[in-house]
Design a protein. Structure first.
Length: 157
């Protein structure tokens, strides 16, 4: 999902307090990993699965860490994202696309990664002003190309 500029600024500001962690240049919020396939075909399938979904709210809710992430080095500091609709959409997509063990399905934690490794865990427990944004679109991201290849506007018709 596209992350608003305010959330990216928040993540960069928090990351500036790390001395030897690897910080993120691009901030994302993963709704569901889709696997391989033609982006246009995947987007059509998403539209079918999420037909009728309109814009919804999401908000950052503090900083958490994955001490031992299933992939890559830890700890991973992240901004927790609170949104019941986001979690419901993830569940719906997990019925259409196989969930990845350890990070999706019941293990899914909506988040924006701040930093990984080193002293990233020093950010744990940070709090910040309440920011809320309206999610108005979803992105289909291609790992192969390293970019957004399709955008799905909400509401999905």
């Amino acid at each position: 999902m596209p992350v608003p500029t305010e959330i990216s600024r928040l993540a960069r500001g928090l990351a500036s307090d790390c001395f030897d962690a690897t910080t993120r240049d691009r901030h994302t919020l993963v709704l569901k990993r889709l696997g391989d396939g033609a982006p246009a075909r995947l987007a059509r399938r998403i539209r079918r699965e999420l037909a009728g979904v309109g814009p919804f709210e999401a908000r950052p809710d503090g900083v958490g860490t994955f001490r031992t992430p299933p992939v890559g080095r830890g700890p991973v500091a992240y901004i927790r994202i609170e949104s019941p609709t986001l979690v419901e959409l993830h569940r719906r997509l997990c019925t259409a696309f196989e969930p990845i063990d350890g990070i999706e399905g019941d293990d899914y934690v909506p988040h924006v990664t701040i930093a990984r490794g080193g002293d990233a865990d020093r950010l744990l427990g940070r709090d910040f002003d309440n920011l809320t944004w309206e999610v108005e679109s979803l992105s289909v991201w291609s790992a192969e190309y390293g970019e957004e290849v399709e955008r799905i506007s909400l509401p999905i018709r």
